[in-house]
Design a protein around this ligand. Structure first.
Ligand code: PMP
Length: 460
């Protein structure tokens, strides 16, 4: 039975990433408030926010300091823009802070409102800069199968998931997709992680050679793939990939939208994974998601190319009304201040072994083919048969079933790729981690009962 509010929701709100056919009868989970790692629905039922919203709410709910930072900025200067030579202190201070934290020698920051916009900006920068550098043929961008880089036309093209392309006439013709570094799914029988990484690097080399290195401009990668299934690459993957990129003068774009600002116990996932990026996309935990803000951090050589092109043509014609929005920038600055003051990265490092131990223990469950993760992010891969790694028939709706059962147990998780993801607020305590995995374990047990009983057969 859907409530009146759920019926109004289904009748009016067009939901992103939702099954628009089944939503009206199932009803949305309608949240009302949050406190710490908990959110409460309109009936007052508490849930552990096992996904930190959409991998973004690092500090959890109820941070008065962030509310105050926003209110203060709203009183002083609620809006100002960065177009045509205007600026304001929050944007300047935030750009300075991001330069200081960046995983490479950074020159400047271009502000956006979302991860998709940041990656869209990356694509435009690559094209614009290569025009400026007098090599207009060097335009192709290589992403990877199962990558997630957003939903704008360019960032959805970079995304390597079929439902971002099918029905949308994507990807753009300048985009290619290389192999996914998921050993469990894509390694050959008996292939070690090391050999698998070597093979992926060789395949990338062959792909660039086949395209023509003079046509390939950039390679984009999340340190750990998020929405594609929380895929942690082999330890030597980036170490092997990077010389191939250098050989062909292909720049490396790090999509730090999920991994950035502490998720892996470092300011940037690049540092944790041994990536040496040329440019970086940031969003989500930059403001702990209290307000939308994102950015692209660029090095000197891109800045110089942009400046020289501007000298020739008079303007850099890209930017959003809300690029560097002062209220969002003030909240982001306060967020970074709290991360430092409360040593949130240290907390993540200290709590990670417990989180990962509880996650990996789920690998014993009959429904779980692989439990994987790093830092405070992880996923369990749901299989119908552990030995053959066979997946459930998608018609069974197993992922959705588990998410629904977890919700009944008071836990929010997300079905992604072929598994269930967990990515709690970074402030989570050991006791809350235990509660999270106890609830997920119960949901999996109930899903298994359902799968072996009449439920799954009826659904199939
Ligand atoms: N990149 C990555 C790695 C992401 O996970 C996401 C969003 N989940 C995006 C880009 C797109 O960000 P947004 O939804 O803010 O546009």
């Amino acid at each position: 039975m859907v409530s009146n509010l759920q019926a109004r929701d289904a009748a009016t709100v067009l939901h992103p990433y939702s099954n628009l056919a089944t939503l009206p009868s199932q009803g949305s989970l309608i949240l009302e408030r949050g406190e710490g790692v908990f959110v409460y629905d309109v009936d007052g039922k508490p849930y552990i926010e096992g996904m930190a919203g959409l991998w973004c709410n690092g500090l959890g709910h109820g941070r008065e300091e962030l509310v105050e930072a926003a209110a203060e900025q709203m009183r002083r200067l609620p809006f100002a823009h960065l177009f045509t030579g205007k600026s304001h202190d929050p944007a300047i201070a935030l750009a300075e802070k991001l330069k200081e934290l960046a995983p490479m020698k950074a020159a400047k920051v271009f502000f956006c409102n979302s991860g998709s916009e940041a990656n869209d900006t990356q694509v435009k920068l690559v094209w614009y800069v290569n025009n400026a550098l007098g090599r207009p043929q060097k335009k192709k961008i290589i992403s990877r199968i199962k990558a997630y880089h957003g939903v704008t036309v360019a960032s959805a093209s970079l995304t390597g998931l079929p439902n971002n392309h099918i029905d949308f006439d994507l990807p753009l013709p300048q985009v290619r997709h290389a192999g996914c570094p998921h050993h469990y799914r894509f390694a050959a029988p008996g292939e070690t992680e090391e050999d698998f990484a070597t093979r992926l690097a060789a395949e990338l080399d062959a792909l660039i050679e086949a395209e023509g290195p003079e046509t390939v401009a950039a390679f984009i990668a999340e340190p750990i793939m998020g929405a594609g299934g929380v895929i942690v690459p082999p330890a030597t993957y980036f170490e092997k990939i990077q010389p191939v990129l250098e050989k062909h003068d292909v720049m490396l774009i790090a999509d730090e939208v999920i991994c950035g600002f502490g998720r892996l116990g470092e300011w940037f996932g690049s540092t944790a994974l041994g990536m040496k990026p040329d440019t970086v996309s940031v969003a989500k935990q930059l403001s702990s998601s209290y307000l939308p803000i994102a950015g692209v951090i660029i090095p000197d050589w891109i800045d110089e190319a942009l400046t020289s092109q501007s000298a020739k043509i008079g303007t850099f014609g890209h930017g959003y009304t809300y690029s560097g929005h002062p209220v969002a920038a003030a909240v982001a600055l306060k967020t970074l201040e709290i991360y430092e003051r409360e040593d949130i990265l240290g907390h993540v490092r200290r709590i990670t072994p417990h989180f990962q131990a509880r996650l990996k223990a789920l690998g014993e469950h009959p429904l779980i083919g692989e439990a994987r993760g790093m830092g405070l992010i992880g996923a369990v891969e749901i299989v119908a048969d552990k030995a053959s790694k066979r997946l459930f028939d998608p018609k069974t709706g197993m992922g959705t079933k588990i998410v629904g059962l977890a919700q009944e147990e008071g836990l929010i998780v997300r079905a992604i790729g072929d598994g269930i993801a967990v990515c709690p607020p970074m402030v989570i305590t050991e006791a809350e981690i235990d509660a999270l995995f106890d609830r997920l374990g119960r949901a999996l047990d109930r899903a298994e009962e359902w799968a072996t009983g009449a439920g799954a057969r009826a659904a199939a």
